[in-house]
Design a protein around this ligand. Sequence first.
Ligand code: NAI
Length: 334
Amino acid sequence: MSKKIAVFSSKPYDEEQLQKALSDDALQFTFFEPKLTWQTVALAKGFDGVCCFVNDVVDADVVKALADYGIKIIAMRCAGFNNIDLNACSAHEIALARVPEYSPCAVAEHAVALILDLNRNIHRAFSRVRENDYSLNGLMGFSLHGKTVAVIGGGKIGIAFIKIMKGFGCRVLCFDPKPSDELKSMDIEIVELGSIWEQSDIISLHCPLVKQTYHLINSNSLSQMKDGVMLINTSRGALIDTPAVIAALKTGRVGYLGLDVYEEEADLFFEDNSNEVLQDDIFARLTTFKNVVITGHQAFFTEEALKAIAETTVTNLSSFFSGDLDAVNFVNKY
Ligand code: NAI
């Protein structure tokens, strides 16, 4: 009999890719547009597993409710799992699986897109040309060649990003508490954070959100950075203390800011809020700067990545239910 899976935070593109990835009737998906939260968890009643995304709120209460409904597995359609209460999953014997790697290049390339957009003022030029304004005042860029670019978190995405920046002729610094052999073998300098703050023209964040990285970019680290530094965050919003960065944008300490993630994005991103009044004053302030470019958590959003996410999610779920546990990308078995 098919195992029934409730897919939360589902968009038409998720549904299309997940359905395409099914090769037999071992799994049956039901797609729910709302996020999984305490308010929506009752939708999971009668299912065998749930499939979640980055902004679902899977806290201890939600996990307990899922356990009461007989849910055996939470399958994440992403790599990160900072929105899941792992202890609660273990306590209630619910397995957690994820997609550890789908397209590191997709995220790395998006980080580079933000750099090039900011550096050459493409977003401003786009608006000017549409207004029949071809003046160049205020659009002066700088060459990436020879600049010092720092990577915080030299994992799969960090390494893909480093390879691109080396192609531009940049000097690359990297901080990673557990550098892999691949990272160590690259033509870069592995340094401590202090050197990164002091020496970098561009800093790109590619580390996970954990206790040690929460608000890594704060007034203290900002005070050690070069004037006019470019900050890029395609990792997780809470790596940055946003009010501190706004203060640094006002003084010019931060010269450019490229964001694909935002600490309070759960209330904003992935939805069309164009008919609503924006309630988040901090986010609203960010959007007023000419040297800030924000995308709504779309760095992963390529055809190749969505296909890979769907295929790994289907493998995780069908292997789990068929008992082929070695084929499941577990975060924990429970
Ligand atoms: P990964 O696990 O391959 O690499 C993470 C690296 O960060 C590892 O080398 C690890 O040693 C390092 N690290 C751990 N603690 C650190 C710390 N305190 N300071 C500095 N580095 C630390 O992960 P991957 O695939 O490269 O992804 C990185 C992050 O990118 C994810 O955690 C996720 O938050 C984000 N991401 C964002 C996406 C988007 O669409 N915007 C899509 C996919 C991932």
